[in-house]
Every structure is written in structure tokens, then in C-alpha cells.
Design a protein. Structure first.
Ligand SMILES: [Zn+2]
Length: 687
């Protein structure tokens, strides 16, 4: 319904709706056009002073009246919109199911995929049988030179299993005009290394429950209780050794440190027992001359383990990872046990989502551009794209002025920063060129087999890019996704159609709230090009220094202060935010709100902003910013995210950046003594 309204408004009053600069002073001819504020006061907690906790002031009542649904680990603007989008996708799939006319190939595949996902009787009857082929192949692995083990590992990687390590094909980070194969640490069933190695109560407790979970899954595959318990010990043993050689989430943020390009000859010297020739040939990637090894010390560990871990143990480990990666597509006992541990224990979710939501999520993941194409036909208009184009243009113009006026940056670095800004490529709504799914086989007989074929199709598609020119039209999110991204190697900012809806983007609302919402998101993504890691790529997307050493030192002194600001935030159980893990996102949040505010001011062209619903323009801007972060999260999920998520908790994303923005103090009369007050000399401004 929301989409219809958007279309209607843009249709009625294109002249104004397309202008992002100023709300119409004069109603358009023939239309009663009064822009609303885009603010709903019923979400406010008016007992809280804005200067004490702006997040609660704007969102407190919404949070009180919107408890987290039992099937979610968090609830708020992002998950709620995502939930709405699932419904929109379901309608599309249901319509395909009802269609009596012959369907084109993509629609037929979507319909059949969805049917296998929804057919509970068939899933129950099949049990674990869709895994029979792969389980049989694992059982047959023999020892000669580890070749069969390595070939089977490659086949499992093609089917989407993340055993032992990860492999990817992306642009070469130091030669962005070509693709490179990346080898990355992996192979763990728990979210990061410290769950295996840490001695906190939380780590120990989850480790114990993980062992039980692995044993239960092996029992579901038919192992005796005793064999399953032993199998779980084997899995824990192997994964603990991998964890010991793994880098921490903070270490993994250092892009330069993860870039270790090696010829295949050098790779063979690093890992003499691992037959890469067999691995790459099995993957049809035989012609490679070099690879980027993310974490060489991890691959040395893999190499030692290939040589020393008994083959029987490898068979157990691979069986576990196979069932782990596909449990969600098997029958009820597998699904429920998988849910119980990964959603229940790790994230505190109370109840499994209804089958249709899980099915739609899978299809969005596996055939996202076929489904997304139908989604945008129905729910996204060229007019919305045009208004976003305009907003992005205004944000970039404001960014240019900000870079030019930064006093901490010298002219040489500024010049390079401006070149980089001028080549940022915006992508809005959906891809210009859609994925071709003609090579993907989807049948009506097995959900898990469809998933495995889709995974293999995707893996082979990625591998086929090696040696070809870089495709600049490609997207890494599907159109209905409620999110956005910056890709440093492409120097691009990408906004899927899914996020271009209220409360992020509301074409029926005045500009202030839109600049505070989607404007700050646009500013956030641009700032990723200039955060502590993104700033290490140049305008062409190559990891290459373009900073003078003084400017880099001044930048780091500023960002070190941001680390401290977030290190001081306590999220749950006395646990602090990790300011180093979240640094890139925090720089982007601060840059996003700062630049969006500058762009909003610029859009007023010196005229006073109207007062709407009793709020000034500046007030509506900051309320628009805070309301996209409304929401709450279960404690278990918060604990997990503090360890793994490079984004800060929602309440701090809404407040900490504002404590550094002078205009916020003026807009809400924030004074010494207010909880959010920071002395002017302590406020940080980077961009
Ligand atoms: Zn970000």
C-alpha cells in the first residue's frame, strides 16, 4: 500500500516531488499538496529530555508499544521494513503459483523453487535423503596423498558448504580492473574464534551447547548416541585448532593485512601438503596464475592439519559441515535443531518464522535478481529513482564543500579526496542489467537439491569471472534488501529499492526528515570511501596510499577519539562496544549525519525552513535521523553482535554521532549537565 501512495504522489505532482531542494511554497496547480513532517509524535517518550537520550526521546514509546515478535531477535525500522518486504515478495510468489498461463523460464523456476520450499509433506518424506549423494561421497574418501579429501572439499564448497576455509572471486583490491580469487579463513561453526578459545562464562556456556548441538545433528544423520558424542568432540577439536590460527574480527578489518597475493608456486611453498591443483581443477578454475591469501598463517595451519588429522576425523568434520549448511532445507527435526541452536541459543529468538517467510528469504538469497525484478516492476517507480538521483547529487555537492573546507587536511590530500569523490558511482533501486538464470536447474522434487544447485550455479558464475573484464553493472544486494553498501574496489554506493521507503525515504514528507533519514544513509555510504579502511583505496578502487603522512596522522588522531567515544558505551550486561571493531561504521555514521545536515541546509538556499507540526527544520532533520534507528534487541543477540558486528548497537548509532554535531545542540538546546552533552573541545569532526 505504501508503494501505491508513493506512485500516486509522484504522479500527481511531479514538479515538486522530484525536487529535493525545497518543499513547495505554493501548492501545485490542481493538487492539494501539503508536505507532512514525516514525524509521528506517538513514537516519542516525552518524559525523556532530548539532550539526555535522544534515541529514547524520539523512539521510547514506539519501543514500549512494539515488543520484539517471538520470531525475531530484534525489531525496529530495519527489521519491520524487511518483514513488510517479505510479504510483498510472498504475494509475487503466490501469484506465480496461481497463474494458469504458461510462465517464462525465470518465473517457472521461482514458482517451482517456492513450491519445494512450501511442501512440508514432501520435506518430511524425504528426511535427510537429499544429502545421500554427498554423504556417500564423503564416506568413500580414501587416503592417497589427501587428493580425494581435497577434491571432495572442493565439491562441498561448490554446494555452498563452508568447511575448512572460504573461497571467493572479487575484484583484485590492488588491480581493480581484474578479478582475483581470494582464499579466506573459515571452517568454524561458531561465529568467531573466541567462542572456542575464550574463558568467559558466555564462551564456555555456548561452547558446551554447541557440542550438544553438533552431536544432535550427527544423531539425526543416523549415528548412535555414543558415536555422535565422539563425533562432536572431533568437530570441536578440529575447529578449535582452526580457531587458534584464525584472526580476530578486529584484525580482519585491516584490508592491507588481508591482501597477500601469491603465485600458485608460492602458494604451494606455503602449503606443501595441500594439493591446490586438485582443488582448483575440481572447481573448474584450473587456469589460475595467482591467488590472494587472506591469512597465510591460517592456511599453514590447514596444511599441517591435512597432513596430521586422521581421515576418519575429516569425514566426521565434513559430514557435520554438510548437514550444518543444509539443515534449514531438510525436514522438521533438522530445521528445528538448527533453529534451536543458531537462532535460539545464539540470538535468543523464541519461535521459528512461519514456513513462508523462511521460503521467501531463501529464494531472495538464491534467485534474488529474478524475484527482485518482479518486485521492482510492482513496487518501484522511475520517479522514485529520479528523486534519489537528485538527493545523491546534493549529498555529493555538500561533501565536496566539506572536503574543501576541512582545515586538518592539506591541499595535496584534498585534491585526491575530491578526485575520489567525483568518481563515486551511485546505483539506485535495481541493476541496469539483470542476472541470467538460464543455466540454473530448478526442479519440483527437492528443496535442498534446488539450494545446492543454486549454490553451485552461483559459485561457478563467480569463478567464470576470472580472466574476464570487470562487470561494473553488478550488484551485491538484491533489490528488496533493506540496506545499502559502499564497495571500495568499485568506489560505488548502492541503494536497493527495499530501503527507499518510510521511515528512510518518504516522498510525501518534507525534505528535512528525508535528509535526516535516507540522506544520512547516503552520506554514511559515501563516508565509507573515507573511513579508516575505505580511505586506503584510491579513486580507481585500488588499495594504494593517496594521503600525505601528516594528513593521515591528523586523521588517525581524530578517529582514535571516536574509538574512545564508543569504547565507553555499555550495551548489555556491563559489556562495552568495541570501538576498534566498529570504527569504520562509526566514522560513516558521524560523516553521514554531518554531510546530510550540510546538504539539507544547502537545499534551503538561504530561506528559513518551514515549521511543521511544531518542529523547526533542524529539529525534524535530527528526529528523522533518530527514528530510523528505533528498535530493540534481545540480550543474546546483542552479546553476539558486540563480538562480531562492525556496526554499533542501534541506540548508540542514534546518539553518539549527534554528541559531536554542534547543530544538534542548537536545535534541542542541549546544555552542560544533559547526559548527551560533550564539551565543544571534545567534539570530533572528521568529514
Ligand atoms: Zn556502513
Amino acid at each position: 500500500m505504501r508503494y501505491l501512495r508513493m506512485r500516486l504522489v509522484l504522479g500527481l505532482c511531479v514538479c515538486c516531488a522530484l525536487r529535493t531542494g525545497v518543499p513547495c511554497a505554493v501548492p501545485c496547480v490542481g493538487a492539494e499538496r501539503v508536505l507532512k513532517s514525516g514525524i509521528d509524535r506517538s513514537t516519542f517518550e516525552t518524559a525523556v529530555k532530548p539532550g539526555d537520550n535522544f534515541f529514547l526521546y524520539v523512539n521510547g514509546n514506539w519501543i514500549k508499544t512494539h515488543p520484539i515478535p517471538p520470531e525475531y531477535s530484534r525489531w525496529g525500522a530495519f527489521p519491520k521494513l524487511r518483514d513488510d518486504n517479505l510479504l510483498a515478495l510472498r504475494e509475487i510468489l503466490d501469484d506465480l503459483t496461481k497463474e494458469t498461463k504458461p510462465l517464462d523460464a525465470d518465473r517457472r523456476k521461482l514458482r517451482d523453487f517456492y513450491a519445494t520450499a512450501m511442501d512440508e509433506a514432501r520435506l518430511e518424506a524425504a528426511g535427510a535423503s537429499p544429502l545421500a549423494g554427498a554423504l556417500g561421497a564423503i564416506a568413500k574418501i580414501k587416503g592417497q596423498g589427501h587428493e580425494e579429501l581435497i577434491a571432495e572439499l572442493a565439491r562441498l564448497h561448490l554446494a555452498g558448504t563452508s568447511a575448512l576455509f572460504g573461497v571467493a572471486v572479487e575484484q583484485d583490491e590492488k588491480q581493480s580492473s581484474r578479478y582475483a580469487a581470494y582464499l579466506m579463513q573459515g571452517g568454524l561453526g561458531l561465529p568467531e574464534r573466541d567462542y572456542y578459545l575464550g574463558n568467559t562464562k558466555d564462551s564456555q556456556r555456548i561452547r558446551g551447547l554447541y557440542r550438544e548441538h553438533v552431536a544432535k545433528m550427527l544423531r539425526l544423520l543416523g549415528d548412535s548416541p555414543q558415536a555422535a558424542a565422539q563425533g562432536a568432540d572431533v568437530v570441536l577439536g578440529i575447529e578449535t585448532r582452526l580457531a587458534e590460527a584464525s584472526r580476530t574480527p578486529v584484525q580482519l578489518r585491516d584490508r592491507e593485512a588481508q591482501y597477500n597475493k601469491k603465485t600458485l608456486h608460492k602458494l604451494a611453498l606455503l602449503t606443501p601438503h595441500f594439493n591446490w591443483d586438485v582443488y582448483l581443477r575440481t572447481m573448474d578454475a584450473g587456469g589460475l596464475s595467482d591467488v590472494v591469501v587472506g591469512q597465510p598463517e591460517f592456511f599453514q595451519r590447514v596444511d599441517q592439519m591435512v597432513e596430521t588429522v586422521p581421515l576418519d576425523d575429516w569425514r566426521t568434520y565434513l559430514r557435520w559441515h554438510l548437514v550444518h549448511s543444509l539443515a534449514a532445507y531438510l525436514n522438521r527435526p533438522f530445521e528445528e535443531e538448527n533453529f534451536r541452536f543458531y537462532s535460539g541459543v545464539l540470538r535468543g529468538v523464541k519461535q521459528m518464522q512461519p514456513r513462508w517467510k523462511r521460503a521467501v528469504t531463501t529464494i531472495d538469497l538464491q534467485m534474488g535478481e529474478a524475484l527482485g525484478r518482479l518486485y521492482v516492476e510492482k513496487h518501484f517507480t522511475p520517479a522514485a529513482k529520479e528523486r534519489m538521483d537528485e538527493l545523491v547529487k546534493n549529498l555529493i555537492a555538500a561533501y565536496r564543500e566539506r572536503i574543501e573546507s576541512r582545515d586538518w587536511m592539506g591541499p595535496e590530500t584534498k585534491k585526491q579526496a575530491l578526485i575520489k569523490l567525483s568518481t563515486v558511482l551511485p546505483k539506485i533501486g535495481y541493476p541496469d542489467k539483470w542476472r541470467d538464470y538460464s543455466g540454473l536447474e530448478i526442479t519440483g522434487d527437492s528443496y535442498a537439491q534446488n539450494v545446492m544447485r543454486a549454490e553451485a550455479f552461483e559459485a561457478r558464475y563467480r569463478l567464470s569471472k576470472l580472466g574476464k573484464p570487470v562487470d561494473r553493472t553488478e550488484w551485491h544486494m538484491t533489490p528488496p534488501t533493506v540496506n545499502a553498501y559502499y564497495n571500495p574496489t568499485m568506489n560505488e554506493i548502492v541503494f536497493p529499492a527495499g530501503i527507499l521507503q518510510p521511515p528512510f525515504f518518504d516522498p510525501t514528507a518534507d525534505d528535512a526528515v528525508n535528509y535526516g533519514g535516507i540522506g544520512a544513509v547516503i552520506g554514511h555510504e559515501i563516508t565509507h570511501g573515507f573511513d579508516d579502511q575505505g580511505s586506503r583505496s584510491d579513486a580507481e578502487g585500488n588499495l594504494k596510499n593517496w594521503w600525505t603522512s601528516q594528513d593521515r596522522a591528523r586523521f588517525t588522531a581524530k578517529t582514535d577519539k571516536i574509538v574512545k567515544e564508543y569504547d565507553a558505551c555499555v550495551a548489555v550486561d556491563g559489556l562495552h562496544v568495541n570501538g576498534r571493531l566498529t570504527l569504520g561504521e562509526n566514522i560513516a555514521d558521524l560523516g553521514g549525519v554531518t554531510i546530510a545536515y550540510a546538504a539539507y541546509q544547502k537545499s534551503l538556499e538561504g530561506r528559513p525552513a518551514p515549521v511543521i507540526d511544531g518542529f523547526s527544520g533542524a529539529q525534524r532533520f535530527f528526529i528523522g535521523f533518530a527514528q530510523v534507528w528505533r528498535g530493540s534487541i534481545r540480550d543474546a543477540d546483542q552479546r553476539l553482535r558486540l563480538r562480531t558486528d562492525p556496526h554499533s548497537p542501534m541506540q548508540f548509532r542514534a546518539t553518539v554521532p549527534l554528541t559531536n554535531v554542534d547543530a544538534f545542540y542548537a536545535a534541542f538546546d542541549v546544555k552542560p549537565g544533559d547526559a548527551m552533552y560533550r564539551r565543544p573541545e571534545d567534539r570530533v569532526q572528521v568529514w
